[in-house]
Write a protein that binds this ligand. Structure first.
Ligand SMILES: [Zn+2]
Length: 171
């Protein structure tokens, strides 16, 4: 029933609510935010964003800008995905990245062939823009506006973004 998916809402657009609005607003400006616990003796960052710290359950948690750097932990090349619009993008690289601040993040690797991928490779954040589409996601108005930017990652040094200087990464 591949034809039936045409009427389904796009699966790549986030559900934005009052809690996650700062995250998506920052992404729209090209900045990746993390949540960091302010509780004494904890102080850990986490991702995806939660209203409480997943390590100590404190609710004393704030947004902070991430460096946008990390290393590739693992990946999987997706050859088939029937959720629109992913079917038009296959193959793509679904990945888990270890952020410099510690949290592990589900994301996508762009700008890199499958053969070039390796565990531990340095990556930097980039943002994929997606027009705010359709109505079905915008019932409360949150999805209106200039559109979303979804954080993805690309190899560090591949492009005009951050490149570590004189820094050889073992492994
Ligand atoms: Zn904590």
């Amino acid at each position: 029933m591949r034809g039936a998916v045409r009427s389904v809402a796009r699966a790549d657009l986030p559900e934005v609510d009052a809690f996650t609005r700062p995250y998506w607003a920052a992404a729209g400006e090209g900045r990746l935010l993390l949540r960091r616990c302010r509780a004494e003796g904890c102080g850990r960052a986490h991702h995806y964003p939660r209203e409480f710290c997943p390590y100590c359950w404190s609710e004393d948690v704030d947004w902070e800008p991430a460096a946008g750097r990390g290393t590739l932990y693992t990946w999987s090349v997706v050859h088939r995905n029937d959720l629109p619009p992913f079917g038009e993008r296959v193959p793509y690289v679904a990945a888990v990245v270890d952020l410099a601040e510690g949290p592990r993040m589900m994301t996508e690797i762009i700008g890199c062939s499958e053969a070039e991928l390796r565990i531990g490779m340095p990556v930097v954040v980039d943002f994929r823009r997606a027009a705010a589409a359709s109505t079905s996601r915008a019932a409360d108005g949150d999805a209106d506006g200039p559109g979303f930017a979804v954080p993805v990652f690309r190899p560090a040094g591949n492009g005009p973004v951050f490149r570590p200087a004189g820094n050889s990464v073992a492994g």
